[in-house]
Design a binder for this molecule. Structure first.
Ligand code: DCM
Length: 150
């Protein structure tokens, strides 16, 4: 039936787009501790090096977003986190769509800059002054709401 054909074709198009690197889902982690959120300083690409982001990365095929958050934090920050829910709305970025998830550290775990130039805990009063990458800057109102008053 036509509906089924269209859907199979749509699935192939999505697969093709994913194969060329378009339309990826990227998760970013708003890791919160003691009323502050973790900012991580990028080392690449040159255009983004030195600017700050919420740690994260591409969701793999068949992977749940929450699992990608846990995996990326383990890989990039060497720490165990527990996701606590979405923050803000979907953000369009060059790589596809960026979805921010809040998370907390699992007891006894602490982040380390394994793939970043540095890390800093940012309280609500300092959020605006950080040189965030553009996509992450768009989440600041939601981060402020997440952290509460300074
Ligand atoms: N990205 C972003 N904000 C983040 C994390 C990632 O805008 N907090 C973007 C940068 C890249 C893409 O997502 O274009 C993939 O991220 P990475 O290069 O870290 O794998």
């Amino acid at each position: 039936p036509l509906r089924r054909l269209r859907s199979a074709r749509a699935e192939r198009l999505v697969a093709a787009a994913t194969a060329v690197g378009a339309g990826a889902v990227v998760v970013a982690t708003a890791l919160v501790r003691d009323g502050a959120v973790l900012a991580a300083q990028r080392t690449r690409p040159p255009a983004l090096a030195g600017r700050w982001e919420l740690a994260g990365g591409r969701v793999e095929a068949g992977e749940a977003e929450e699992d990608a958050v846990v995996r990326e934090c383990r890989e990039e920050l060497g720490c165990a986190v527990s996701p606590t829910g979405r923050v803000g709305t979907d953000l369009l970025i060059d790589a596809g769509v960026l979805r921010v998830h809040a998370a907390v550290l699992v007891d006894g775990s602490a982040p380390t800059a394994l793939e970043h130039a540095g890390l800093r805990w940012v309280g609500p009063a300092e959020l605006e002054a950080v040189d965030w990458v553009d996509a992450d800057r768009a989440v600041l109102p939601d981060l402020r709401a997440l952290l509460g008053p300074s």
